[in-house]
Ligand binder design. Structure first.
Ligand code: DGP
Length: 114
């Protein structure tokens, strides 16, 4: 298995896990871009949001978002707000080809993003 996030999901590579869902896992980003930066991934490999085109796979993103919102509340971000980001493909800035939702919080976010 050469996918780093699949290896984290399998417990082969350590990660600072903050929550587990039935089909999803949330852990802290190695290179945080905000005081709180968590990644939420599906346990099963999906390369990107662009691969969620069929009806069977589309609910995966809903599960990731649900867990991200739960983690945001758990980590005390709900009142001040936070940002959920899904970088998709090269122009989207995706560097790890395993679908993930970034949960960023703890500071004021800017718009437009870089
Ligand atoms: P993206 O650029 O959207 O594909 O985000 C990938 C993120 O994954 C990036 O913020 C850094 C993070 N990352 C890469 N490798 C690891 C790792 O081995 N462990 C953890 N916790 N995060 C990683």
């Amino acid at each position: 298995m050469d996918c780093i996030f699949c290896r984290i999901a399998a417990g082969e590579i350590p990660a600072d896990v903050v929550a587990r869902g039935e089909g999803a896992l949330a852990f802290r980003d190695l290179n945080p871009q905000a005081p709180t930066h968590v990644l939420v991934i599906p346990r099963h490999h999906v390369p990107s949001a662009g691969h969620l085109t069929d009806a069977e796979r589309a609910p995966v993103l809903g599960e990731l978002m649900r867990l991200a919102v739960e983690v945001a509340a758990q980590l005390g971000l709900a009142d001040q707000g936070y940002r959920l980001v899904v970088n998709t493909g090269a122009n989207g800035g995706q560097t790890v080809d395993h679908l993930h939702v970034h949960l960023l919080g703890g500071r004021q976010m800017r718009w437009p993003p870089g």
